[in-house]
Design a protein around this ligand. Structure first.
Ligand SMILES: *Cc1c(COP(=O)(O)O)cnc(C)c1O
Length: 469
């Protein structure tokens, strides 16, 4: 045996055993406070890590005393939830990676109320017999939107898929080349089309599509005319697309249904808030379009879901598709939707109470005040960093309002003792992770997505991260 191998086996033989650790005072204390399976797993994980270090020729840390903190850390990690609350300091309100829409208090309360006990999910209280789960959100959607009928499924991707599969399987769907979009997470219009069994009939060019492109493509093979919201990009310059009202006229003339995948989809007129490019779902419905699909957790500010609204006979066919069962929503989603949608009965209340709308359209002055408060809190801790409040811009995110920017204020932190990358990493590794942006040598905490009640905790987390050597 070589000298190196010899050394390795000596080191390996010195590793403490699982039993030894469990029988020690720390081991016994852990076993009293945590499930045995977790303690066992943590001890094994740490020993395995040490063993691997030795085999890789790295120096192990390995006296028992040195391993104990690692094991304690691993126990904490294994016994806390993997999916957890984070502080979003990116300023991006609809951050797809951070759970998109924050739910309203009213939605959360209703989820609790409905899930804590039994509910009339599929029970008709008046008739005293089996009912249908879609009636709960159907009522408020018809009232708010003036739609003939509505259906909610698992997400907008499912809404598009199910609608295409029901209305255009083995038939052609006419789409402009300027609208063959890819949204994040591999939702691509051509791929969804193929998977649904519909046949893509592309027309026009990337920048221009005319009404005659659509009318020239209609044939006995046509199942649907589809318009897709560009969501996350914008073609600018020499461009043309056909308004939904003209597509509806063409569809009516030719007896072909027209569907609009609206992506986000706002229920409030956003013109008073400076957004002139996004007509509301109600406005688009008034064009006479047959089917509109949109997300529940983008601008609407509700739970994940896909809303299909439109003509009664078509919605009924979509509902009867056997695949509808595969993408149906559960009671928690329905409860959150009904409560979120109820807020829209009074648009001013919706702006106040739905976090997505509130965060997007809050006055810039209140963002400045919040940023100053955060900066003042950090300065008071005397953290080793240069702290200032800066003006900045943020985006809506989540493929919503691609051409809108929102003025905002952020706290800029230049750490003095550690690198800005280290600071960013520390912030996202804690028990309440903070997600922030780096620009040049500063870490930015955008006030737009930080809630007022998170400020004391955020101050504590950031100053602790800055102070550690
Ligand atoms: C976001 C989006 C989708 C997918 O919606 P999900 O609710 O995320 O499944 C589909 N189409 C368009 C145009 C979108 O913007």
């Amino acid at each position: 045996m070589s000298k190196k191998k010899d050394e390795q086996s000596t080191l390996l033989s010195r590793l403490p055993s699982v039993d030894e650790i469990l029988k020690g005072p720390e081991g016994s204390a852990w076993l009293r406070s945590f499930p045995r399976a977790i303690v066992l797993q943590a001890v094994r994980d740490v020993i395995a890590g040490e063993r691997q270090k030795i085999l890789d020729g790295k120096k192990p840390g390995s006296s028992l005393a040195k391993l104990l903190p690692d094991i304690a850390g691993q126990i904490r990690a294994l016994s806390s939830y993997n999916l957890m609350q984070v502080i979003n300091a990116t300023g991006i309100v609809l951050h797809t990676n951070l759970g998109r829409a924050v739910l309203s208090e009213r939605a959360l309360e209703n989820v609790l109320a409905v899930s804590r006990g039994y509910s009339n999910l599929e029970y008709d209280l008046e008739a005293g017999k089996r009912g249908k789960r879609h009636v709960h959100t159907g009522r408020i959607l018809r009232q708010l939107l003036g739609a003939e009928d509505a259906l909610i499924v698992n997400n907008n991707a499912a809404a598009v898929f199910l609608s295409l599969n029901t209305l255009a399987k083995d038939r052609e769907v006419i789409v402009s080349r300027g609208e063959l979009v890819e949204i994040g997470g591999s939702f691509r219009v051509p791929d969804v089309m193929t998977a649904s069994g519909a046949i893509l009939r592309e027309i026009g060019t990337t920048n221009k599509t005319h009404l005659h492109d659509y009318s020239g493509a209609v044939s006995e093979k046509t199942g649907l005319i589809l318009k897709v919201h560009q969501s996350n990009y914008k073609v600018i310059g020499f461009t043309e697309d056909v308004p939904i009202s003209e597509l509806v006229r063409l569809g009516n003339d030719q007896g072909v249904p027209v569907m609009y995948d609206l992506g986000s989809g706002n229920l409030i007129d956003l013109k008073p808030y400076g957004i002139h490019t996004e007509p509301s779902v109600q406005e688009i419905l008034r064009s006479g379009v047959d089917i509109i699909t949109f997300s529940g957790d983008k601008l609407l500010g509700g739970p994940q879901g896909g809303i299909i609204v439109g003509k009664k006979d078509l919605i009924e066919r979509i509902r009867k598709n056997p695949l509808a069962r595969a993408v149906r929503v559960d009671k928690m989603t329905i409860a959150a939707f009904e409560a979120t949608l109820m807020e829209y009965l009074d648009p001013d209340e919706a702006m106040k109470n739905i976090p997505v709308l509130n965060m997007l359209f809050q006055p810039v002055e209140s963002l400045r005040i919040r940023a100053r408060k955060l900066a003042a809190g950090l300065r008071k801790q005397g953290s080793p960093a240069a702290i200032s409040v800066i003006k900045d811009v943020s985006k809506a995110g989540g493929g919503s309002l691609p051409d809108a920017t929102f003025d905002t204020y952020a706290v800029s932190i230049v750490p003095l003792n550690i690198s800005v990358n280290d600071l960013e990493k520390r912030l996202r590794s804690g028990s309440r992770p903070v997600i922030a942006r780096i620009r040049e040598d500063a870490l930015l905490l955008d006030a737009r997505t930080v809630r007022n009640n998170e400020i004391p905790l955020l101050v504590e987390i950031v100053s602790t991260a800055l102070s550690k050597a």
